[in-house]
Ligand binder design. Structure first.
Ligand code: C2O
Ligand code: CU
Ligand code: CU
Length: 495
């Protein structure tokens, strides 16, 4: 797995660490990784302590000594990690001090449509919006981000995103849980910078097809950072917060680790893996054993830059041999070992009790305007408008695309004839029945809110318990944000 990565030593805080130059091409901004991993502040947002999120412009150092104009919630870039507790209520007061409309959507949370922060709830600069909801969600790593129609891509790219962690006080998991010490939130994002250090967000020409890809990997807003970790078990909450890039994460030394949770919460038992693929917006909690490590440990990814292109290949199959991307480095031993020494044999996973579906629906993720070449041509000649669609329709805020009933299980068959798309549903977590033509084992997949759909399609069991009316419906969309912004989104009500 080390092939193709040229190693180089950098000095950081007096200890020699291994870093690697970034392999992707076209970098305009000379940056070197190795800064300490930033940990977003942890903010409790249960009803007793409302949290305030002020969205604003900022200036952020992705590498020390630079200043990049950014957006953030409370922070210069990204936002605090909000923590809510199952069985309690949550209150988050959102204030808009940017110069454009924003929202905060609670991605993966089971909240009613009017609290979901979708495009209908976009609000103007100088205004505020309060989200209040009861937390029914099992323990999980969720996230939040702005969701203004047509602007989600650039807003998230500039920083309007953060973690939302759900804790379940009634169901202790026995996993490492010291936030920032042995329980680390890691949002992986690819970004590009110009020579002045400004973020480049360019959707011209062909970029729309695969979405906006950056040439520099950032974790929690730092370029290829280094995290001090105790010499013991460490939980990593991985979030692919990239607009369009797919990853297949692995450790450079090939070590195995255990996946303990996916999008919607814990798995029934830890699952041993040597790599884990995450499409945009997908999460996985993994536990890594650093107890025997005396040298730095590198997290890498197969280079699947165009994971979104061409539905023929499976995600892993698109990896170019030897094309590893450096993500970040762990430096074990700097902090004392803490937390549990062994993994629990089983975990308090949420039940998967979908039952038999009462109806079937089909969703086709495709170009809106006829053929793919026609749509690309329109884009290239500068014709504006929406070219991506679902079932032939580009997103229209005034049209309800499906009406569901609360508590009814449906089978959704999703197809993607041209490209691979990460399909996301608001308001619930679903069970994947099949993906890529293969049946999926719910015990190793867990509850999901994003499923990767390639040319062989995917089937999911969906049941939504939260209400959503036509004024504030739930969204379903591709989570390649440029596809979503270009109209690959639909909306549904729950009566
Ligand atoms: Cu990450 Cu419509 O959401
Ligand atoms: Cu969402
Ligand atoms: Cu897509």
């Amino acid at each position: 797995p080390d092939q193709g990565i040229e190693r180089r030593k950098v000095l950081l805080g007096g200890s020699a660490l291994i870093a690697a130059p970034f392999l992707l091409t076209g970098r305009a901004f000379a940056v070197e990784g190795g800064a300490p991993l930033p940990i977003p502040p942890l903010v409790d947002a249960d009803g007793s302590q409302p949290a305030t999120l002020t969205a604003r412009a900022g200036s952020h150092a992705f590498v020390p000594g630079t200043q990049t104009p950014t957006l953030g919630y409370e922070l210069d870039y990204l936002g605090p990690t909000l923590r809510v507790r199952r069985g309690r209520s949550a209150q988050i007061d959102l204030v808009n001090r940017t110069d454009d409309q924003i929202t905060a959507h609670w991605h993966g949370a089971h909240v009613p449509g009017n609290m979901d922060g979708g495009p209908q709830l976009a609000f103007d600069p100088g205004q505020s919006w309060s989200a209040r909801f009861d937390v029914h969600h099992p323990a999980a790593t969720l996230w939040y981000h702005s969701h203004v129609h047509g602007k989600t891509g650039p807003q998230v790219y500039h920083g309007l995103a953060g973690f939302l962690l759900v804790e379940d006080p009634a169901a202790p998991d026995g996993l490492p849980s010291d936030y920032g010490l042995n329980d680390l939130p890691l949002v992986v994002q690819d970004r590009s910078f110009d020579r002045a250090g400004r973020l480049v967000y360019d959707t011209s020409g062909m970029t729309l097809m695969g979405g906006v890809l950056g040439d520099t990997i950032c974790v929690n807003g730092a370029v290829q950072p280094v995290a001090d970790v105790p010499r013991g078990l460490v939980r990593l909450r991985l979030l692919n917060g990239s607009n369009a890039r797919f990853y297949d994460f692995a450790f450079a030394d090939g070590r195995r680790f255990h996946q303990v949770a996916s999008d919607g919460g814990l798995l029934p038992a830890p699952v041993a893996r040597s790599h884990i693929a995450l499409a945009p917006a997908e999460r996985a909690e993994i536990v890594v054993d650093f107890s025997a490590d005396t040298a730095p440990v590198r997290l890498v990814s197969a280079d699947i830059a165009q994971g979104g292109m061409m539905g023929g290949g499976m995600m892993g199959g698109n990896a170019r041999p030897g094309g590893a991307i450096e993500i970040m480095t762990f430096a074990p031993g700097a902090s004392p070992a803490t937390g549990p020494a062994t993994l629990p044999a089983s975990l308090p996973a949420p039940p998967m009790d979908f039952g038999a579906p009462v109806r079937t629906r089909d969703f086709r993720l495709d170009m809106h305007a006829g053929s793919m070449m026609g749509a690309m041509f329109n884009r290239l000649i500068g014709s504006s408008g929406s070219i991506m669609g679902i079932n032939g329709n580009s997103y229209d805020m005034g049209r309800i695309d499906a009406e569901l009933r609360a508590g009814e299980t449906e089978l959704w068959r999703i197809s993607a004839p041209m490209m691979i798309h990460p399909f996301h549903v608001h308001g619930t977590s679903f069970q994947v029945v099949s993906r890529g033509g293969q049946r999926v084992d719910p015990a190793t997949e867990g509850l999901k809110d994003v499923v990767v759909v390639d040319g062989r399609g995917a089937e999911i069991l969906v049941r939504v318990d939260q209400k959503a009316d036509a004024a504030t419906p739930f969204m379903l969309h591709c989570h390649i944000l440029e596809h979503e912004d270009a109209g690959m989104m639909a909306q549904f009500t729950i009566a």
